[in-house]
Design a protein around this ligand. Structure first.
Ligand code: ADP
Ligand code: ASP
Ligand code: MG
Length: 452
């Protein structure tokens, strides 16, 4: 069995939903199909929630109306029979009256907000399932809220997901297409929750890992993982093969095409992940698996909203246990540390969550002589196969960034990651300079030296 996930743009227009039906029925294999919300819907729902939270009810109602108009037009083009359209209209009516009811309950709590944001995936999957039924396909809608669960830390409950999902699937052995929602889940209190923005990719890989799928396919609006962020750099190209480790680093360090945690469940079970383009289904995309062809530098990604924290303490000199005390503070506030660099009497670390920054820095000041921190930093991450015999990677990176002040450098922790910390205002310059130096410079030199 395979798991295929379609993102917001891939389901964002009626004709796209029609193409998805063609794609998922083009062979006769049994599939679980994970859908995101239509593009723009999750943002719209978040914005409705913000108005409701601020007690701007008439503004929230206006926003709901605008979103509803979009769906009213959408269903008219999605279905081709009267019965299909009636079913689609009923789904839209029901979900929007629920949305409307949510904002009427005061106060508008975080619990309601999560229920509101979940409506995007609930709408898209019900509408798509009704379309498949209209077209006579052998399909069923499995509510993700029945099997997708996170624990109190927000981490997926792998054993529970596997057990519930296999039980449910066993009840429908004759169904060819199994449709479910990405992104949404339940928390330990049984409330509706989610896997954070972009979480449908994570749903697909959690399902793929749980059922030991043959393959997980992530269908999006671009031909696979590119060597650099195509929103910032003009000359980028798709990478045909990546290892799980390389893809995990790129996703974690900001390649938006994949939710940061997507690779973990797939890697645990050795399930290959293929990234495909819904608009160009014949393009090869990217295959992420245990091994890949051996190119030194594969890709560059960047992660924003990083805070660098600098701790200086003479007590660190020739002492042991100081770093442990530093890290215990981050542990206490459940704040992950991404980069670390050390010198004789100081250590710098980065975090991507400032929720407890004040408390963390206050406690750091208790054990250190000096604490300073800088917000608005960006980690630029260069990923590839840098095993010990590969020379010259660092020099190329530093050469490319020679005009850019570097705040931290981290190299050697793994064989496939070199990370640099810079001020966010320099990100575009850094990504473009690295792109030219790492991917085009040698070819340009070759052309010069082989020219007649
Ligand atoms: P979906 O809605 O299908 O989940 P996303 O918008 O989340 O799609 O992810 C796809 C987008 O990710 C692309 O359109 C592209 O702009 C962006 N992106 C950022 N970095 C990369 C990269 N390295 N390779 C490919 N796409 C990237
Ligand atoms: N709809 C959710 C979001 O916009 C999840 C996803 O698209 O993957 O973040
Ligand atoms: Mg996405």
């Amino acid at each position: 069995m395979q798991v295929w996930k379609f993102g917001g743009t891939s389901v964002g227009k009626p004709e796209r939903m029609h193409s998805i039906r063609d794609l998922i029925t083009s062979d006769n294999s049994r599939k679980i199909v994970v859908l995101s919300a239509l593009s723009g819907t999750t943002n719209a729902l978040i914005s409705i929630g913000e108005s409701a939270k601020a007690n701007q009810d008439s503004e929230a109602v206006e926003k709901i109306k605008a979103l509803r108009d979009h769906y009213d037009v959408f269903v008219k083009e999605l279905y081709s029979t009267e019965a299909g359209l009636a079913k689609g209209q009923e789904i839209v009516k029901n979900e929007f009256s629920f949305i409307r009811s949510l904002i009427n309950i005061k106060p508008f709590t975080a619990k309601r907000e999560k229920e509101l944001v979940a409506e995007g995936e609930l709408l898209s999957t019900q509408m798509f399932e009704a379309y498949l039924e209209e077209q006579g396909e052998n399909s069923i809608l499995l509510p993700a809220l029945e099997f997708m669960r996170i624990d109190a830390e927000g981490e997926p409950e792998l054993a529970l997901i596997e057990e519930r999902l296999t039980t449910i699937l066993d009840q429908h052995p004759d169904k060819q297409l199994i449709i479910t929602q990405g992104f949404i889940c339940r928390n330990p209190r049984g409330e509706v929750d989610n896997l954070k923005r972009g979480g449908s990719d994570y749903t697909a890989s959690l399902i793929g890992g749980a059922i030991r799928a043959e393959e997980i396919q992530i269908w999006t609006d671009i031909d696979g993982m590119h060597n650099n962020d195509p929103r910032i750099v003009k000359r980028t190209f798709p990478i045909r093969e990546l290892t799980f480790e390389e893809a995990a680093e790129l996703a974690y360090f900001g390649a938006k095409i994949l939710h940061p945690s997507t690779i973990t469940p797939a890697k645990m079970r050795g399930v290959p992940v293929r990234l495909k383009n819904t608009m160009q289904p014949d393009a090869p995309g990217t295959l992420i698996a245990t091994s890949s062809s051996d190119r030194e530098i594969k890709a560059i990604a960047a992660k924003d909203n990083i805070t660098a924290i600098y701790v200086h303490s003479t007590r660190m000199l020739n002492a042991y246990g100081f770093l442990r005390r530093v890290f215990e503070i981050f542990e206490k506030y459940k704040t992950p540390v991404d980069m670390v660099t050390t010198s004789e009497v100081s250590v710098s670390v980065t975090i991507d969550n400032n929720e407890h920054l004040d408390a963390i820095t206050a406690e750091l000041r208790e054990i250190a002589d000096l604490e300073e921190h800088d917000r608005d930093q960006t980690i630029v991450c260069i990923v590839g196969n840098f095993s010990a015999d590969k020379e010259g990677i660092a020099i190329k990176v530093l050469e490319a960034l020679k005009d850019i002040p570097l705040r931290m450098i981290s190299y050697g922790a793994s064989e496939h990651n070199l990370s640099i910390l810079i001020h966010s205002s320099l990100k575009d310059r850094a990504l473009n300079a690295l792109n030219e130096r790492l991917f085009y410079y040698e070819d340009a030199m070759k052309d010069i030296f082989t020219a007649p």
